[in-house]
Design a protein around this ligand. Structure first.
Ligand SMILES: Nc1ncnc2c1ncn2[C@@H]1O[C@H](COP(=O)(O)OP(=O)(O)OP(=O)(O)O)[C@@H](O)[C@H]1O
Ligand SMILES: [Mg+2]
Length: 384
Protein backbone atom coordinates (compact mmCIF):
# COMPACT_ATOMS: atom_id res chain seq x y z
CA UNK A 1 0.00 0.00 0.00
CA UNK A 2 1.18 3.54 -0.71
CA UNK A 3 0.97 5.93 2.22
CA UNK A 4 0.96 9.67 1.58
CA UNK A 5 3.90 11.35 3.32
CA UNK A 6 3.91 14.87 1.93
CA UNK A 7 2.00 17.14 -0.39
CA UNK A 8 3.67 20.17 -1.98
CA UNK A 9 1.81 22.85 -3.91
CA UNK A 10 2.82 26.13 -5.44
CA UNK A 11 1.12 28.75 -7.57
CA UNK A 12 -2.36 27.41 -6.89
CA UNK A 13 -4.81 30.02 -5.55
CA UNK A 14 -3.70 31.05 -2.04
CA UNK A 15 -1.07 28.27 -1.93
CA UNK A 16 1.92 30.31 -3.03
CA UNK A 17 4.49 27.70 -2.03
CA UNK A 18 3.85 25.13 0.67
CA UNK A 19 4.94 21.59 1.59
CA UNK A 20 2.80 19.87 4.17
CA UNK A 21 3.63 16.60 5.92
CA UNK A 22 0.77 14.09 5.88
CA UNK A 23 0.20 11.81 8.87
CA UNK A 24 -2.02 8.75 9.30
CA UNK A 25 -4.59 11.24 10.63
CA UNK A 26 -4.14 14.90 9.60
CA UNK A 27 -6.47 17.59 10.91
CA UNK A 28 -6.39 21.21 9.73
CA UNK A 29 -8.56 23.83 11.37
CA UNK A 30 -8.90 27.47 10.34
CA UNK A 31 -11.19 30.41 9.76
CA UNK A 32 -13.11 31.36 6.61
CA UNK A 33 -11.00 32.13 3.59
CA UNK A 34 -7.69 30.89 5.03
CA UNK A 35 -7.30 28.39 2.18
CA UNK A 36 -8.49 25.08 3.64
CA UNK A 37 -10.58 24.18 0.61
CA UNK A 38 -7.70 25.20 -1.66
CA UNK A 39 -5.54 22.62 0.13
CA UNK A 40 -8.28 20.01 -0.26
CA UNK A 41 -8.73 20.90 -3.94
CA UNK A 42 -5.02 20.52 -4.62
CA UNK A 43 -5.29 16.90 -3.45
CA UNK A 44 -8.25 16.39 -5.79
CA UNK A 45 -6.19 17.83 -8.64
CA UNK A 46 -3.39 15.35 -7.92
CA UNK A 47 -5.93 12.58 -8.25
CA UNK A 48 -7.19 14.18 -11.46
CA UNK A 49 -3.63 13.89 -12.86
CA UNK A 50 -3.83 10.13 -12.34
CA UNK A 51 -7.35 9.89 -13.73
CA UNK A 52 -6.51 11.96 -16.78
CA UNK A 53 -8.92 14.82 -16.00
CA UNK A 54 -6.52 17.45 -14.61
CA UNK A 55 -6.72 20.12 -17.30
CA UNK A 56 -10.48 19.69 -17.70
CA UNK A 57 -10.99 20.01 -13.93
CA UNK A 58 -8.86 23.16 -13.81
CA UNK A 59 -10.81 24.64 -16.71
CA UNK A 60 -14.06 23.75 -14.92
CA UNK A 61 -13.06 25.61 -11.77
CA UNK A 62 -12.57 28.84 -13.70
CA UNK A 63 -9.44 28.20 -15.73
CA UNK A 64 -5.85 29.28 -15.17
CA UNK A 65 -6.82 32.95 -14.76
CA UNK A 66 -8.75 32.04 -11.67
CA UNK A 67 -6.56 29.21 -10.33
CA UNK A 68 -3.09 30.76 -10.60
CA UNK A 69 -1.73 32.48 -7.47
CA UNK A 70 -2.93 36.06 -7.85
CA UNK A 71 -0.09 37.65 -5.91
CA UNK A 72 3.22 38.88 -7.17
CA UNK A 73 5.76 36.45 -8.56
CA UNK A 74 9.50 36.70 -8.29
CA UNK A 75 11.28 38.25 -11.25
CA UNK A 76 11.59 35.73 -14.06
CA UNK A 77 9.24 33.26 -12.35
CA UNK A 78 6.77 31.77 -14.84
CA UNK A 79 3.09 31.42 -14.03
CA UNK A 80 2.82 27.76 -13.04
CA UNK A 81 0.77 25.57 -10.78
CA UNK A 82 2.97 22.81 -9.32
CA UNK A 83 1.53 19.85 -7.48
CA UNK A 84 3.45 17.00 -5.95
CA UNK A 85 2.85 14.03 -3.69
CA UNK A 86 5.35 11.82 -1.89
CA UNK A 87 4.05 8.30 -1.37
CA UNK A 88 5.81 5.71 0.77
CA UNK A 89 5.55 2.06 -0.21
CA UNK A 90 5.03 0.29 3.11
CA UNK A 91 6.51 -3.06 2.18
CA UNK A 92 9.69 -1.85 0.45
CA UNK A 93 10.27 1.53 2.19
CA UNK A 94 10.56 3.15 -1.25
CA UNK A 95 9.44 6.75 -1.68
CA UNK A 96 7.63 7.65 -4.89
CA UNK A 97 7.43 11.31 -5.79
CA UNK A 98 5.03 12.39 -8.49
CA UNK A 99 5.16 16.05 -9.59
CA UNK A 100 3.26 17.88 -12.29
CA UNK A 101 3.45 21.49 -13.50
CA UNK A 102 0.60 23.20 -15.30
CA UNK A 103 0.94 26.47 -17.19
CA UNK A 104 -0.53 28.71 -19.83
CA UNK A 105 -0.55 28.30 -23.58
CA UNK A 106 2.57 29.90 -25.00
CA UNK A 107 2.06 32.80 -27.38
CA UNK A 108 4.24 34.51 -29.88
CA UNK A 109 3.25 37.62 -31.82
CA UNK A 110 -0.32 37.37 -30.46
CA UNK A 111 -0.72 33.78 -31.73
CA UNK A 112 -0.70 30.52 -29.80
CA UNK A 113 2.39 28.36 -30.23
CA UNK A 114 1.37 24.93 -31.53
CA UNK A 115 -2.22 23.79 -31.94
CA UNK A 116 -3.99 24.81 -28.74
CA UNK A 117 -7.02 26.66 -27.44
CA UNK A 118 -6.01 30.03 -26.11
CA UNK A 119 -7.14 29.64 -22.50
CA UNK A 120 -6.67 25.93 -21.92
CA UNK A 121 -4.43 24.76 -19.07
CA UNK A 122 -1.41 22.84 -20.35
CA UNK A 123 0.82 20.25 -18.74
CA UNK A 124 4.39 21.54 -18.87
CA UNK A 125 6.41 18.98 -16.95
CA UNK A 126 5.75 15.74 -15.16
CA UNK A 127 8.09 13.53 -13.23
CA UNK A 128 7.84 10.34 -11.24
CA UNK A 129 10.87 9.30 -9.23
CA UNK A 130 11.49 6.48 -6.83
CA UNK A 131 13.94 6.76 -3.93
CA UNK A 132 15.27 3.46 -2.65
CA UNK A 133 17.74 3.57 0.24
CA UNK A 134 19.17 6.96 -0.73
CA UNK A 135 19.27 6.28 -4.51
CA UNK A 136 16.83 8.11 -6.74
CA UNK A 137 15.73 6.78 -10.13
CA UNK A 138 13.57 8.68 -12.60
CA UNK A 139 10.82 6.44 -13.98
CA UNK A 140 8.80 9.03 -15.88
CA UNK A 141 10.06 12.34 -17.17
CA UNK A 142 8.07 14.59 -19.43
CA UNK A 143 8.76 18.05 -20.78
CA UNK A 144 5.83 19.41 -22.78
CA UNK A 145 5.15 16.85 -25.51
CA UNK A 146 8.25 14.71 -25.17
CA UNK A 147 9.68 12.48 -22.52
CA UNK A 148 10.35 8.92 -21.50
CA UNK A 149 9.30 6.19 -19.15
CA UNK A 150 11.75 3.67 -17.77
CA UNK A 151 10.62 0.06 -17.44
CA UNK A 152 11.39 -2.29 -14.57
CA UNK A 153 14.52 -3.50 -16.38
CA UNK A 154 15.83 0.09 -16.51
CA UNK A 155 15.20 0.52 -20.25
CA UNK A 156 14.00 3.91 -21.46
CA UNK A 157 11.05 4.20 -23.80
CA UNK A 158 9.96 7.40 -25.46
CA UNK A 159 6.51 8.66 -24.54
CA UNK A 160 5.90 9.02 -28.27
CA UNK A 161 4.30 11.92 -30.07
CA UNK A 162 0.68 11.22 -29.29
CA UNK A 163 0.66 12.94 -25.92
CA UNK A 164 -1.31 16.19 -26.06
CA UNK A 165 -0.35 19.21 -23.92
CA UNK A 166 -3.68 18.83 -22.09
CA UNK A 167 -2.97 15.22 -21.10
CA UNK A 168 -0.93 13.91 -18.20
CA UNK A 169 1.39 11.04 -19.05
CA UNK A 170 0.45 9.45 -15.71
CA UNK A 171 -3.21 9.41 -16.66
CA UNK A 172 -2.85 8.48 -20.31
CA UNK A 173 -0.18 5.79 -20.40
CA UNK A 174 -2.39 3.04 -21.77
CA UNK A 175 0.12 0.24 -21.77
CA UNK A 176 1.65 -0.01 -18.31
CA UNK A 177 3.20 -3.42 -19.03
CA UNK A 178 6.76 -3.33 -17.74
CA UNK A 179 5.94 -0.25 -15.64
CA UNK A 180 4.47 -1.67 -12.45
CA UNK A 181 5.58 1.35 -10.43
CA UNK A 182 3.71 3.79 -12.66
CA UNK A 183 0.63 1.59 -12.43
CA UNK A 184 1.03 1.42 -8.65
CA UNK A 185 1.15 5.20 -8.22
CA UNK A 186 -1.70 5.75 -10.67
CA UNK A 187 -3.92 3.22 -8.90
CA UNK A 188 -3.09 4.62 -5.46
CA UNK A 189 -3.97 8.19 -6.44
CA UNK A 190 -7.07 7.09 -8.34
CA UNK A 191 -8.32 5.22 -5.27
CA UNK A 192 -8.37 8.27 -2.97
CA UNK A 193 -11.86 9.34 -1.88
CA UNK A 194 -13.00 12.92 -1.40
CA UNK A 195 -16.09 13.89 0.52
CA UNK A 196 -17.28 17.46 0.49
CA UNK A 197 -20.75 18.71 1.14
CA UNK A 198 -22.88 15.61 0.49
CA UNK A 199 -25.99 16.82 -1.32
CA UNK A 200 -29.10 16.54 0.83
CA UNK A 201 -31.73 18.35 -1.29
CA UNK A 202 -34.87 16.46 -2.30
CA UNK A 203 -33.19 15.11 -5.45
CA UNK A 204 -29.99 14.07 -3.64
CA UNK A 205 -28.73 10.57 -4.53
CA UNK A 206 -28.49 9.94 -0.76
CA UNK A 207 -32.28 10.04 -0.59
CA UNK A 208 -32.80 7.46 -3.32
CA UNK A 209 -32.45 3.67 -3.24
CA UNK A 210 -29.50 2.38 -5.26
CA UNK A 211 -28.72 -0.80 -7.14
CA UNK A 212 -28.12 -3.77 -4.88
CA UNK A 213 -24.50 -4.58 -5.70
CA UNK A 214 -21.99 -5.51 -3.00
CA UNK A 215 -20.27 -2.17 -2.34
CA UNK A 216 -17.26 -2.14 -0.04
CA UNK A 217 -16.43 1.59 -0.33
CA UNK A 218 -18.70 4.64 -0.51
CA UNK A 219 -18.55 6.73 -3.71
CA UNK A 220 -17.42 10.34 -3.27
CA UNK A 221 -20.96 11.69 -3.75
CA UNK A 222 -22.49 9.05 -1.47
CA UNK A 223 -24.76 7.76 -4.24
CA UNK A 224 -24.28 4.13 -3.18
CA UNK A 225 -24.86 4.68 0.56
CA UNK A 226 -27.72 2.18 0.76
CA UNK A 227 -25.55 -0.49 -0.92
CA UNK A 228 -22.68 0.25 1.52
CA UNK A 229 -25.07 -0.28 4.46
CA UNK A 230 -26.57 -3.40 2.86
CA UNK A 231 -23.05 -4.79 2.36
CA UNK A 232 -22.29 -4.37 6.05
CA UNK A 233 -25.61 -5.89 7.11
CA UNK A 234 -25.99 -8.77 4.65
CA UNK A 235 -22.52 -9.55 3.28
CA UNK A 236 -20.31 -8.86 6.31
CA UNK A 237 -23.29 -9.60 8.56
CA UNK A 238 -21.92 -7.28 11.21
CA UNK A 239 -23.44 -3.88 11.88
CA UNK A 240 -22.07 -3.39 15.39
CA UNK A 241 -19.91 -0.39 14.42
CA UNK A 242 -22.54 1.37 12.37
CA UNK A 243 -25.22 0.70 15.03
CA UNK A 244 -22.88 2.17 17.60
CA UNK A 245 -22.25 5.24 15.43
CA UNK A 246 -26.00 5.80 14.94
CA UNK A 247 -26.82 5.32 18.60
CA UNK A 248 -23.93 7.62 19.64
CA UNK A 249 -25.33 10.41 17.46
CA UNK A 250 -29.09 9.86 17.88
CA UNK A 251 -29.58 8.04 21.20
CA UNK A 252 -32.06 5.20 20.96
CA UNK A 253 -32.29 5.36 17.16
CA UNK A 254 -31.56 2.33 15.01
CA UNK A 255 -30.66 1.82 11.38
CA UNK A 256 -32.98 -0.57 9.53
CA UNK A 257 -31.39 -2.27 6.51
CA UNK A 258 -33.74 -4.67 4.67
CA UNK A 259 -32.21 -7.52 2.65
CA UNK A 260 -32.17 -6.02 -0.85
CA UNK A 261 -33.61 -7.51 -4.01
CA UNK A 262 -32.93 -5.32 -7.06
CA UNK A 263 -32.42 -2.15 -5.02
CA UNK A 264 -30.86 -1.46 -1.63
CA UNK A 265 -32.47 0.92 0.83
CA UNK A 266 -32.37 1.83 4.51
CA UNK A 267 -34.35 3.69 7.13
CA UNK A 268 -34.10 4.97 10.69
CA UNK A 269 -36.28 4.03 13.63
CA UNK A 270 -36.48 6.70 16.34
CA UNK A 271 -37.45 5.99 19.95
CA UNK A 272 -40.37 8.48 19.75
CA UNK A 273 -42.09 6.42 17.01
CA UNK A 274 -40.88 2.84 17.47
CA UNK A 275 -43.46 1.40 15.06
CA UNK A 276 -42.51 3.71 12.18
CA UNK A 277 -39.44 3.57 9.94
CA UNK A 278 -38.31 6.86 8.45
CA UNK A 279 -37.05 6.58 4.87
CA UNK A 280 -34.16 8.71 3.53
CA UNK A 281 -36.53 11.28 1.89
CA UNK A 282 -37.94 11.94 5.38
CA UNK A 283 -34.64 12.36 7.21
CA UNK A 284 -33.24 15.80 8.06
CA UNK A 285 -30.26 17.15 6.13
CA UNK A 286 -27.93 16.81 9.12
CA UNK A 287 -29.07 13.26 9.93
CA UNK A 288 -28.53 12.15 6.35
CA UNK A 289 -25.12 13.82 6.17
CA UNK A 290 -23.99 12.13 9.36
CA UNK A 291 -25.14 8.74 8.00
CA UNK A 292 -23.22 9.38 4.77
CA UNK A 293 -20.08 10.18 6.78
CA UNK A 294 -20.60 7.00 8.79
CA UNK A 295 -20.90 5.07 5.50
CA UNK A 296 -17.68 6.67 4.24
CA UNK A 297 -15.73 5.95 7.42
CA UNK A 298 -17.05 2.51 8.39
CA UNK A 299 -17.36 0.79 5.01
CA UNK A 300 -16.52 -2.88 4.50
CA UNK A 301 -13.25 -1.78 2.88
CA UNK A 302 -11.83 1.73 3.18
CA UNK A 303 -10.01 3.50 0.34
CA UNK A 304 -6.25 4.09 0.78
CA UNK A 305 -6.83 7.76 1.60
CA UNK A 306 -9.97 9.65 2.64
CA UNK A 307 -10.11 13.45 2.46
CA UNK A 308 -12.96 15.34 4.11
CA UNK A 309 -13.71 19.00 3.53
CA UNK A 310 -15.64 20.60 6.40
CA UNK A 311 -17.52 17.44 7.38
CA UNK A 312 -19.24 19.37 10.20
CA UNK A 313 -21.40 21.33 7.74
CA UNK A 314 -25.03 21.37 8.95
CA UNK A 315 -24.31 19.04 11.87
CA UNK A 316 -25.38 20.05 15.38
CA UNK A 317 -22.46 20.68 17.78
CA UNK A 318 -23.62 17.62 19.77
CA UNK A 319 -22.64 15.44 16.80
CA UNK A 320 -18.99 16.59 16.85
CA UNK A 321 -18.02 13.98 19.41
CA UNK A 322 -19.57 10.97 17.62
CA UNK A 323 -18.15 12.24 14.31
CA UNK A 324 -14.69 12.59 15.86
CA UNK A 325 -14.93 9.00 17.13
CA UNK A 326 -15.81 7.81 13.62
CA UNK A 327 -12.86 9.68 12.15
CA UNK A 328 -10.40 8.40 14.75
CA UNK A 329 -11.64 4.84 14.26
CA UNK A 330 -11.30 5.07 10.46
CA UNK A 331 -7.75 6.40 10.86
CA UNK A 332 -6.79 3.08 12.44
CA UNK A 333 -7.71 1.38 9.15
CA UNK A 334 -6.58 3.95 6.58
CA UNK A 335 -5.20 7.45 6.14
CA UNK A 336 -7.65 10.24 6.92
CA UNK A 337 -7.05 13.90 6.11
CA UNK A 338 -9.50 16.66 6.86
CA UNK A 339 -10.01 20.40 6.97
CA UNK A 340 -12.59 21.96 9.25
CA UNK A 341 -13.85 25.26 10.64
CA UNK A 342 -14.93 23.61 13.79
CA UNK A 343 -12.53 23.93 16.68
CA UNK A 344 -14.83 21.69 18.61
CA UNK A 345 -14.54 18.90 16.05
CA UNK A 346 -10.76 19.36 15.86
CA UNK A 347 -10.48 19.16 19.66
CA UNK A 348 -12.59 16.00 19.82
CA UNK A 349 -10.52 14.34 17.07
CA UNK A 350 -7.34 15.37 18.90
CA UNK A 351 -8.66 13.58 21.97
CA UNK A 352 -9.94 10.40 20.29
CA UNK A 353 -7.17 10.14 17.69
CA UNK A 354 -4.25 11.42 19.80
CA UNK A 355 -3.19 13.92 17.14
CA UNK A 356 -2.42 17.60 17.12
CA UNK A 357 -4.71 19.66 14.87
CA UNK A 358 -2.80 22.13 12.70
CA UNK A 359 -3.97 25.72 12.43
CA UNK A 360 -4.38 27.12 8.91
CA UNK A 361 -3.69 30.85 8.66
CA UNK A 362 -3.37 33.49 5.96
CA UNK A 363 -0.24 35.68 5.79
CA UNK A 364 -0.13 38.41 3.14
CA UNK A 365 -2.73 36.54 1.13
CA UNK A 366 -0.78 33.30 1.37
CA UNK A 367 -2.07 30.15 3.08
CA UNK A 368 0.23 28.92 5.80
CA UNK A 369 0.11 26.53 8.71
CA UNK A 370 1.13 27.54 12.18
CA UNK A 371 4.50 26.08 13.14
CA UNK A 372 5.32 24.88 9.59
CA UNK A 373 8.83 25.65 8.41
CA UNK A 374 9.61 26.61 4.80
CA UNK A 375 11.47 23.30 4.50
CA UNK A 376 8.18 21.46 5.05
CA UNK A 377 8.50 20.16 8.61
CA UNK A 378 6.75 21.29 11.73
CA UNK A 379 8.96 23.24 14.10
CA UNK A 380 8.33 21.05 17.12
CA UNK A 381 9.63 17.96 15.28
CA UNK A 382 13.11 19.34 16.13
CA UNK A 383 12.31 19.20 19.83
CA UNK A 384 11.01 15.60 19.86
N1 LIG B 1 -6.03 32.80 -7.58
C1 LIG B 1 -5.94 33.09 -6.28
N2 LIG B 1 -4.80 33.64 -5.78
C2 LIG B 1 -4.68 33.93 -4.47
N3 LIG B 1 -5.64 33.69 -3.58
C3 LIG B 1 -6.79 33.15 -4.02
C4 LIG B 1 -7.00 32.81 -5.39
N4 LIG B 1 -8.23 32.29 -5.53
C5 LIG B 1 -8.78 32.29 -4.30
N5 LIG B 1 -7.91 32.81 -3.39
C6 LIG B 1 -8.11 33.00 -1.96
O1 LIG B 1 -8.55 31.80 -1.41
C7 LIG B 1 -9.54 32.11 -0.45
C8 LIG B 1 -10.54 31.01 -0.41
O2 LIG B 1 -9.86 29.86 0.03
P1 LIG B 1 -10.66 28.61 0.52
O3 LIG B 1 -11.92 28.47 -0.23
O4 LIG B 1 -9.70 27.50 0.52
O5 LIG B 1 -10.96 29.07 2.02
P2 LIG B 1 -11.48 28.18 3.21
O6 LIG B 1 -10.43 28.20 4.26
O7 LIG B 1 -11.93 26.86 2.72
O8 LIG B 1 -12.71 29.04 3.67
P3 LIG B 1 -14.15 28.59 4.21
O9 LIG B 1 -13.89 28.19 5.62
O10 LIG B 1 -14.96 29.81 4.11
O11 LIG B 1 -14.65 27.47 3.37
C9 LIG B 1 -10.22 33.38 -0.90
O12 LIG B 1 -10.55 34.12 0.24
C10 LIG B 1 -9.17 34.06 -1.69
O13 LIG B 1 -8.57 34.99 -0.85
MG1 LIG C 1 -13.73 25.93 2.51
Amino acid sequence: MLVVREIAVSGYRSLRRISVPVDPLSVFVGGNGTGKTNLYRSLELLQAAARGTLTRDLAAEGGMDSALWAGRRRQGETARICLSATLRHDATAQDFVYAVEIGLVEQSGGKTVGAAFLLEPQIKTERLTVRTRGRTAVILDRDRRTGFVRDDAGRKRSLGHDLLPTETALGSLLDATGHPEIALVRLALAGWRFHHDFRTDAESPLRRPCLAVTTPTLASDGSDLAAVFATLAHIRQDTAEIDDAVDGAFPGAGLVIPRPSRHASFGLRFPDFPARIFDPPELSDGTLRYLALAGALLGYRLPPFIALNEPETSLHPDLMDPLARLIARAAQRTQVWLVTHSERLAARIAEHGSVRPRIVIKRDGETWIDGLKRSGEFAEADED
